[in-house]
Ligand binder design. Sequence first.
Ligand code: 5RP
Length: 240
Amino acid sequence: MTQTSPITDPVDLAKRRAAEQAAELVQPGMRIGLGTGSTAKHFIDIVGEMVKDGLEVACVPTSEQTRAQAESLGILLTTMEETPGLDLTVDGADEFDSQMRLIKGGGGALLREKIVAAASARMVVIADASKEVKTLGKFPLPVEIVPFGLTATRRAVSAAAALAGCRGTITLREREGRPFVTDGGHYILDCAFGAIPDPEALDDQLSRIPGVVESGLFIGLAKAVIIADTNGIRILGSLT
Ligand code: 5RP
């Protein structure tokens, strides 16, 4: 699949190459989850081109931003209510490790992204090579919380993180001087832990806090990661 205006930025080109590889998994009649972010945007562009060429698929967007892009490309959209089981979800990630554990939520869409990924037979991650890490946590972990009880929840997140061996600054995400509000009406705490030695333990601790809606740790969800850089494509996991 070729892009109309040439991409010159090597990182953006890598994102496009990863998206092109993922698009080869798309089959007529599939129900597809569409991720959010600059890498997923390439995949959605390609699906839009395929739809123009006659492909019939039904897609669930993971954010209002993705919904707007998909609608503008004429991609048929469905909902999780109409289509609770999906064949394939393709999404980006902020970080991934060798076990395909992910940090997501840099774009604030982690809750819908996780619901859609969990409802999919296959979640395939597309990423440029800069997202690969030995230990998760250099990227601040987004944690989606309800606005009520923010200060108490932030404290609880800090205490839970300490139990999982994580310490660092926990910041309420803001946009234009106000709390950033997710598509679900929640806030996000960005947790700059530097390293997350035991992602499963941290996820478990965070899930026990009443004000926490979801963490940006995606564990056991990705079946494959398509990694692109200037040398080409590498696959973690299995695309079949
Ligand atoms: C949005 C996400 C994105 O997948 C993540 O932030 C990666 O984005 P990009 O492809 O722009 O680097 O989790 O909530």
